[in-house]
Write a protein that binds this ligand. Structure first.
Ligand code: C5P
Length: 233
């Protein structure tokens, strides 16, 4: 059974990407193609991925520009009919609405505060509030502008869920399975299961699964299954 996992396909090798998908399809619901992949392979690369899977595609382009430009950019990937497309919520209401209008059949997904930013970073940029309050404000505005999904850190799930209600998809990166807590650069983590229990709809996982990849071995398939079972149990 598939778990509510978004697997981050963070590679610039198309064959590797296709093999990762073939190895994890039993456990993973959504595949996330980010800037590294998209800037290397473009729409053609996304189609190559779609040719090996019927799973949902999450195009993580984090668009952020004036509404007219974002509308054009969203239309440029419209032929791919991605299930999710990210925009930066801080682009504002009109920008989020422009993306929604350009892709009515895609869940326009508003990224609130990048999880890589510290409270000090936010202050330096000029944010008046702490990450939690800013994420809630950005999420509330984005949903009222038509966004169907929100990306926030695990620590913000509860507050964002109570602000946006049950019909919005909440997607959270920065999660780590129990066995790997504290082993890498992720500082403010939660387990995937705890994130789902806190109100997340989907968790984004990359290296804990893709790090197990070895051509010709079942290690990655088994790792994905183990993490999926940890969420589903
Ligand atoms: O760290 P991991 O490889 O699991 O990251 C998977 C995805 O989650 C990355 O593609 C990145 O977009 C996102 N991420 C994030 N914030 C972090 C770490 C990762 O948004 N602190």
């Amino acid at each position: 059974m598939k778990a509510p996992i978004v697997l981050a396909i963070d590679t610039n090798n198309l064959q590797t990407a296709q093999k990762w998908i073939e190895s994890t399809e039993d456990s993973v619901s959504v595949y996330k193609l980010g800037l590294e992949f998209f800037l290397t392979f473009g729409n053609e690369g996304v189609r190559a991925i779609q040719s090996v899977t019927d799973a949902d595609i999450f195009l993580d382009l984090k668009l952020h520009d004036i509404p007219h430009t974002v509308s054009g950019a969203a239309q440029a990937v419209g032929e791919l009919a991605p299930n999710f497309l990210t925009v930066h919520a801080s682009g504002g209401r009109a920008m989020v609405s422009a993306a929604v209008a350009a892709l009515p059949n895609t869940e326009v997904t508003a990224v609130t505060i990048l999880t890589s930013l510290s409270e000090e970073d936010l202050f330096e940029i000029g944010f008046a509030n702490r990450a939690l309050e800013s994420a809630v404000a950005l999420a509330t505005m984005s949903v009222s502008a038509g966004a169907k999904a929100i990306v926030c850190s695990p620590l913000e799930i509860k507050a964002v869920r109570s602000a946006v209600g049950i019909s919005t998809t909440i997607i959270t990166p920065g999660v780590r399975p129990l066995s790997e807590m504290g082993t890498d650069d992720q500082k403010r983590t939660m387990t995937p299961r705890d994130a789902i229990d806190a109100g997340a709809s989907l968790v984004v996982i990359g290296r804990p699964i893709t790090g197990a990849w070895k051509d010709g071995s079942d290690a990655m398939r088994e790792k994905a299954r183990r993490i999926a079972d940890e969420i589903l149990k």
